[in-house]
Design a binder for this molecule. Structure first.
Ligand code: EPZ
Length: 416
């Protein structure tokens, strides 16, 4: 596994272009199963998860090639309905392909996605959704087998606004007979982006981005061309990199309204933000206030920014609290931050963070994508040298991270 070495305390200055959103590109690539013929996806980040999804599409007879930020897809052959075990267990997002295959082929056989570092992450909400559309679901030998010759539109109510389940059911219902209404749907911007792609291909989706989504089934979808929205989590993480190093950075190619909860939380800590149409400039206030945050489904404070915010608050003046309501085990970064001098204790799903003056560089290990991001923010701010192990976790979600941080003045080097 690769490592990265950071010499901290270099204030970051300059502008950085935000890449396309991983969490929009992945479900949109799964949607390629539904689109007949040729499609083109632009502004797609070059990440290991994207490569895994390309391999997934190829494994079911769909041609997909990435060159630079463009993926060309050719879906003309009869698709297979069995998903390889080793691909699903590599990446939970592979499960998003179940709905499209079920709708297209009438059946799908997919391994139960394993849990991961941040929790068990079951798929019961997805399964109940498929059953509400008339599918028969069987679990055997670690596989889920879902069958339904023709899905029937119906009412799908989610007990929790699951992002993946909203995407899976929205995709499956595009080819169902009749109208599907999804209530208590997730409202993330990535769902709006997915619906935009599907509607370009002939789907009839209304309400994406609100809690009730209506999908009128159609007989088939054509190819389409689409550019992926910017990655709001990368943008938020980069803003924190500027603030935590007492620098001044601008993130370009971002939709500020996609991270309004984060921006108001940062403003409350005293960060000076200059928000324009598709860029945000953050100027460090020198010292910043503590905060009390609760992660919530969009448009609330995003769980994918929780770890990074914890690092920032570890250096705030005063004591902060963060309540993590989305995942049951998303404080893996706390231990490593403590080793760098942070004063944090956790009680169940609440972290109490007592601000300290300085963090000190150390050897630390990334356990998952956003915990890894919290560690590189800590390394940028800490006194001395930080080595982060297992940075493959981080590179799943941050395109060309080392280059981008170096271009902002960070003293950072990838060690193979
Ligand atoms: C998506 O995961 C994102 N991943 C996650 O980003 C993000 O943290 C999450 O949404 C929440 O915003 C992608 O889009 C690829 P959920 P997803 O279904 O769809 C429980 C990152 O760092 N749940 O909204 O898996 C689940 O266990 C990643 O980029 C069920 O109980 O999230 C979790 O506690 C991490 N049953 C909560 O709901 C289900 O059937 C939220 O899960 C489904 C989910």
């Amino acid at each position: 596994m690769a490592r990265v070495k950071i010499i901290g305390e270099q204030p970051l200055h300059g502008a950085v272009n935000i890449s396309g959103a991983k969490n929009s590109a992945l479900p949109i690539m799964a949607a390629m199963v539904l689109l007949n013929g040729e499609s083109v996806l632009k502004n797609v980040p070059t990440l290991t998860d994207i490569t895994t999804m390309i391999r997934m599409l190829r494994s079911i007879n769909i041609l997909a090639e990435q060159s630079g930020g463009v993926i060309r897809v050719d879906n003309k052959k009869q698709i297979k309905h069995l998903i390889p075990y080793e691909l699903v267990t590599k990446m939970r997002a592979s499960f998003f392909i179940a709905g499209p295959i079920l709708a297209k082929a009438g059946m799908v056989r997919i391994p139960m996605p394993g849990g991961c570092a941040i929790g068990s992450r079951p798929v019961d909400i997805h399964i109940k959704g498929f059953q509400a559309l008339g599918a028969d679901v069987r679990l055997e030998h670690g596989f889920i087998e879902i069958r339904c010759k023709k899905l029937k539109g119906g009412h799908v109510n989610f007990t929790f606004p699951s992002v993946g389940a909203t995407e899976n059911i929205m995709m499956a219902s595009t080819l169902a007979e009749g109208v599907t209404t999804i209530t208590n749907a997730a409202r993330e911007p990535e769902i709006v982006d997915l619906a935009a792609l599907l509607n370009k291909a002939g789907a009839k989706i209304r309400g994406a981005g609100a809690s009730t989504i209506t999908v009128e089934g159609v007989s088939g979808l054509s190819g389409a061309e689409h550019s992926i929205i910017p990655d709001r989590i990368e943008a938020g993480t980069m803003l924190l990199a500027g603030l935590i190093t007492h620098g001044k950075i601008t993130v370009n190619k971002i939709n500020p309204q996609d991270i309004s909860a984060l921006l108001s939380a940062l403003a409350d800590t005293g960060a000076r933000l200059n928000i324009k149409n598709n860029s945000i400039e953050a100027l460090s206030p020198g010292s910043w206030n503590s905060a009390s945050l609760i992660t919530q489904p969009h448009p609330g404070f995003p769980t994918d920014m929780q770890a990074q915010m914890m690092t920032y608050l570890a250096l705030a003046s005063g004591t902060s609290t963060i309540r993590e309501t989305i995942f049951e085990n998303r404080f893996m970064h706390t231990g490593e931050l403590q080793r760098m001098g942070a004063d944090i204790r956790t009680e169940e799903r609440v972290a109490i963070i007592k601000g300290v003056k300085k963090l000190s560089g150390a050897e630390v290990r990334a356990t998952d994508l956003r915990a890894g991001a919290a560690l590189w923010l800590a390394g940028l701010a800490a006194k001395g040298e930080t080595i982060i192990y297992d940075i493959e976790h981080i590179e799943r979600g941050y395109e060309r991270l080392t280059d981008k941080l170096s271009s902002l003045g960070a003293n950072i080097k990838r060690l193979t």
